[in-house]
Design a binder for this molecule. Structure first.
Ligand SMILES: [Zn+2]
Length: 120
């Protein structure tokens, strides 16, 4: 990717993140839905090229700047892959897997309950 195109993407990211942070007091991010939030073809294809990581990061630090709250939730609850007890990230957790045992502290988790614990 050329430098010019890269700059243009950065610009788009800044615009999106600025817009979101200004507009909402609490941003609940469903990572996978950001693409759908922006029906604009240019933006969605740009997002696909670089991935959402960069944009999410911008939103994060802008939230800090403006004192806004950011809650990151994905449709597939990657947060439920984190042990609510010791924080272990269980990356092999399957999307259709309801229960898992933390390899680190041996706690048995129900993924929905585990997620709820983190956000309550
Ligand atoms: Zn654990």
């Amino acid at each position: 990717m050329g430098r010019k195109k890269q700059n243009k993407l950065n610009d788009i990211y800044h615009k999106i993140s600025h817009y979101l942070v200004k507009k909402y007091d609490i941003i609940c991010m469903e990572n996978l839905d950001i693409k759908e939030m922006f029906k604009n073809k240019d933006i969605s294809s740009s997002l696909q090229k670089i991935g959402l990581y960069k944009l999410v990061n911008m939103i994060k630090y802008k939230c800090k700047w403006y004192g806004k709250k950011l809650v990151q939730i994905s449709r597939w609850f990657p947060s439920s892959k984190n042990c609510s007890k010791c924080g272990y990230y269980y990356k092999n957790l399957k999307d259709n897997q309801k229960e898992w045992i933390c390899p680190s502290c041996k706690t048995k988790h129900d993924r929905d309950v585990n997620t709820a614990k983190k956000y309550s």
